[in-house]
Write a protein that binds this ligand. Structure first.
Ligand code: NAP
Length: 413
């Protein structure tokens, strides 16, 4: 098949999926979106590190065939569209991709490209593993106790885009309906939004989260919600999550109540404990008792806040990785923005994108290459070789640019 916006690398083969399980050739084609602002710097540096790790780990028998696909400013310059329709098709056809950050102007008329990608490709699980790497500056006394993966629902909740601007005829119609037919009231001239949360979307997220915990032999899956206030959206989210655990993973999960009532507080071998916590107290527990969490499942907005707050505990968004995953398509991404003031300055920390690539290598089953990067990264931090953001928080650090940081990681492999 030919495409208008990209050339498929002749040296690569397609990754396919059978019933949700990936078939990965030794020369898989992986799509990348460079990203705006600092995207070019961090993508170039990270690709060199991923390639070096794969080369050193598999001695040349495996190699990623990179295929650039376009979104954001580069897409607009080349093809006159910030999000060419073909980009979605390429992701559907090639399944695995990685992206730098994309600019989202504030205000009306321009939908977030990131949200558009998630929704168009139905990438419903936003997965953010948050763990500390030795040497990374942290505000916590014991950052090593943080090792938590957030599964944030990524396509519904208040991100669904169902909003009606104050003063428009649509808003007036909805306000009239709500007042006259539903018997509710609110201030005149309110902007109105709808927050849909469905059993379908909640359950498929919870299924992925439980499988993730089982695959990694983790102890807890915690449902984070504000169901005490929003009973039929967040409260229902909690309920549906518990239903998935009880109905589909009965032999592999127990609830927190069962843990205490039947097992004296000690989980039987191999069972994941499913519990729930209200959103506000979850933030406190993340700081004070992080070891009580392994996987956290959250609706979209709560999960958004929680992921960044957690990232701050172990080094900030400059190194926090992420992925948006659907049934087969997975798009890994830097979680920070485009930091436009640092564009092309060879300055910023490539860590967030770099570790998103580590997640990607794990996702395609190349675990040893992923581990090699993590080890080399820690060695580099041991040597106090860091980019500006960490240098300002460390005594005696050697500050280097994005490229030189990548060089040091490669040297330490
Ligand atoms: P930002 O780009 O994340 O930058 C905020 C600050 O975070 C930077 O000024 C810098 O702080 C620090 N930072 C970000 N990335 C870093 C890195 N790799 N290394 C070191 N420090 C880093 O957030 P923003 O300024 O709010 O957003 C800018 C644009 O990005 C907006 O258009 C926004 O919509 C977009 N955005 C995109 C995504 C995405 O594509 N996933 C996510 C968020 C925002 P210091 O200057 O203090 O060093």
């Amino acid at each position: 098949m030919t495409y208008q916006t990209t050339t498929v690398p002749a040296a690569g083969a397609r990754i396919t999926a059978t019933a949700g399980v990936l078939n990965v050739p030794d020369n898989p084609i992986v799509a990348f979106i460079e990203g705006d602002g600092i995207g070019r710097d961090i993508m170039n540096a990270s690709k060199r590190v991923w390639d070096a790790a794969v080369e050193k780990t598999y001695g040349g028998t495996k190699r990623i065939a990179w295929m650039e696909i376009y979104a954001g400013e580069k897409a607009n310059e080349r093809f006159g569209a910030y999000m060419p329709g073909e980009t979605f098709q390429l992701m559907r056809d090639f399944l695995i991709g990685i992206k730098g950050p994309l600019t989202t102007p504030v205000g009306g008329g321009f939908r977030s490209l990131n949200v558009t990608l998630r929704q168009e490709l139905d990438l419903y699980a936003c997965v953010r593993p948050v763990r500390w790497y030795r040497g990374v500056p942290s505000p916590l006394k014991d950052p090593g106790s943080v090792n938590i993966t957030v599964f944030r629902e990524a396509v519904e909740d208040v991100y669904s885009g169902i909003e009606f601007e104050a003063g428009t005829p649509e808003n007036a119609r909805l306000a009239k309906f709500l007042r006259e037919e539903m018997g509710v009231d609110f201030f005149e001239g309110s902007g109105l939004g709808v927050k849909p949360i469905s059993a379908f979307a909640t359950k498929r997220l919870m299924r992925k989260a439980i499988r993730y915990a089982l695959d990694r032999k983790l102890k807890f899956v915690s449902i984070m919600h504000k169901g005490n206030i929003m009973k039929f959206t967040e409260g229902a989210f909690r309920q549906w999550c518990y239903e998935v655990a009880a109905e589909e993973f009965a032999g592999q999960t127990i609830t927190e109540d069962e843990l205490w009532d039947r097992h004296g507080g000690k989980a039987p071998e191999g069972k994941v404990v499913v519990k729930d916590r209200i959103a506000d107290i979850t933030f406190q527990h993340m700081l004070l008792r992080p070891t009580e969490f392994d996987v956290v499942v959250a609706p979209n907005l709560n999960g958004d806040y929680l992921s960044d707050a957690l990232a701050a505990e172990v080094g900030g968004v400059g190194i926090a990785p992420g992925a948006n995953i659907g049934d087969a398509v997975a798009l890994f991404e830097a979680t920070h923005g485009t930091a436009p003031k640092y564009t092309d300055q060879n300055k910023v920390n490539p860590g967030s994108l770099l570790f998103s690539g580590v997640m990607m290598l794990e996702h395609i089953g190349w675990w040893d290459a992923a581990k090699r990067i993590e080890d080399a990264y820690e060695k580099t931090l041991d040597q106090k070789i860091v980019t500006y953001d960490f240098a300002r928080q460390m005594e005696g650090a050697t500050e280097v640019g994005t490229r030189e940081f990548a060089d040091a990681v490669i040297k330490n492999m």
